[in-house]
Ligand binder design. Sequence first.
Ligand code: DGT
Ligand code: CA
Ligand code: CA
Length: 575
Amino acid sequence: MKNQFVSSVLYQIADLLDLKGEIFFKTRAYRMAAQRIEVLDEDIELIAKENRLEELPGVGEALAKKIKELIETGKLEYFEKLKKEIPEELLVMLDISGLGPKKVSALYHKLGIKTIEQLQKACIDGKVRILEGFGEITERNILRGIQLKEKTSGRVLLNVAIDDSNLYIAFLKKCKDIIRLSIAGSLRRRKETIGDLDILASSNNPNKVMDFFTAYDDVNKVLLKGSTKTSVLLNDNLQVDLRVVKDENFGAALQYFTGSKEHNVNMRSIAIKQGFKLNEYGLFQKNKEKFVAGKNEEDIYHKLGLSYIEPELRENTGEVDAALNNLLPDLVKYNDIKGDLHIHSNWSDGLESIESLVHAAKKMEYEYICVTDHSQSLKVANGLSENKVVKKIKAIEKINDKEKNFHVFSGTECDIKTDGTLDYSDKILKMFDFVAIGIHTSFKMSPKDLNNRVIKAMQNENVDFLAHPTCRIIGRREPFEIDIESIIDTAVNTNTYLEINAFPDRLDLKDLHVKIAKEKKANFIIGTDSHNNNHLPFMQYGIAMARRGWLEKKDILNTYSLSKILKKLDCDSKK
Ligand code: DGT
Ligand code: CA
Ligand code: CA
């Protein structure tokens, strides 16, 4: 399907037109069409062939002609012409947080800045602040934006990589020449962002497997093709590496290509100490070159006297030592979660009614959910007034009267005001089953003030959990420079749960912080921050972070069954 390709060209045209200073309506037309085609289930090529393009909402005669040209020739003259007028390099700058088309265009026309390097230099030299509408603060924000972009450049969010890999794996499973198949690399370790996707297969006919691999629909370009390794670029620009090995080496190759590199280095040194040699083909006796293990990954760990180490732990943060001493955690499992405690309904800024959420949650085999709509001062998110809260709690009671084996908890994601007080009176807060608190406005305080703000809020005895503690948005907003240890200590002292927010661009707390918090004996909840039913499955990303933070089932409140959680709420000192 060329849907993603067509959509991405239309997006680029819209951006270029923005940079050119074209009127809003014109650019919006391209953007709307791009959006529609992006989510289209049907093959755009087929629609074009059958002359049905104009049936798509928002696609007129002129646009249909352009799409047709693009599909048939792989090129579009209008787009090429536009790129000659406006340097394409400028588009990259639009990805920098804080830079819109107007600013990029001004930088280009007034300072001749075309690349990120030139921009960075101009900011450092203080040349940008002189431009009208810029100033010193903008200059600093641009520099920060560049740093942020460098850190994440070329990497995709975990959910994007998982979606791509699920489709690719489903396709590869149809290949008769493949014996065993697995993902490897950072995706298997469930890192929060993924550089490239690694897939491993075993086969007696590697060349046939490679042919099958490169024939995949979504492949945009074959970067290299050999009989042991082939690399392709997908239409969304994610690189996928496939390695094919003999089946007897599959376990060793899986261990090697899962990484991390640091984990592997440590593993190899353990092997050497015990008189072995470990590589991607197997574990060998050092002098005799005798094959000791390698068909299965577990065998390698066991032969070295280690317990099996789950991929999520393989970051060389103490897992090898723990495995040697039989001290690995009994990690929470992907199906251990019994309910979602952070969901927005259409009472605030969510899309779904509570009834619809209940229906979707049952499909996930949950026993309960907590609906945590926004609080009153958060007008942009349609936060609930105290009056409405009372009404909503009544509505939830009605639903619970009808439900037999399912429970809806009433909750709020209450805003933490700048002075650390909460956005509802204590009287209202006491009415909820769960009070989550979070910062949603006035981010620009000194780290110390922010810290005090959060700590003061956690001390309110009605509070149950701290939502997205560092407020980062991967690739777009840096985490608060708070003193995470003091936040964790306060959480422990005030009996406040820490959220692992599972929304894929948040993943907050992140894995490292989860591990620190666990060592300090904090307790956790995993919430998806769902705003519609399609977000509920994001839970898996939160569980991944929990596992990467060494959490066990008992560390996470929403692994508890409904009856256990009700009992816990009952005896909770705060309730
Ligand atoms: P990514 O792609 O940046 O998200 O991270 P990874 O971990 O997937 O890294 P990648 O794709 O470069 O390599 C996949 C795995 O292969 C890596 O986790 C460990 C293994 N590997 C690659 N190169 C080396 C190496 O030079 N030494 C060792 N010990 N392992 C390597
Ligand atoms: Ca990789
Ligand atoms: Ca790779």
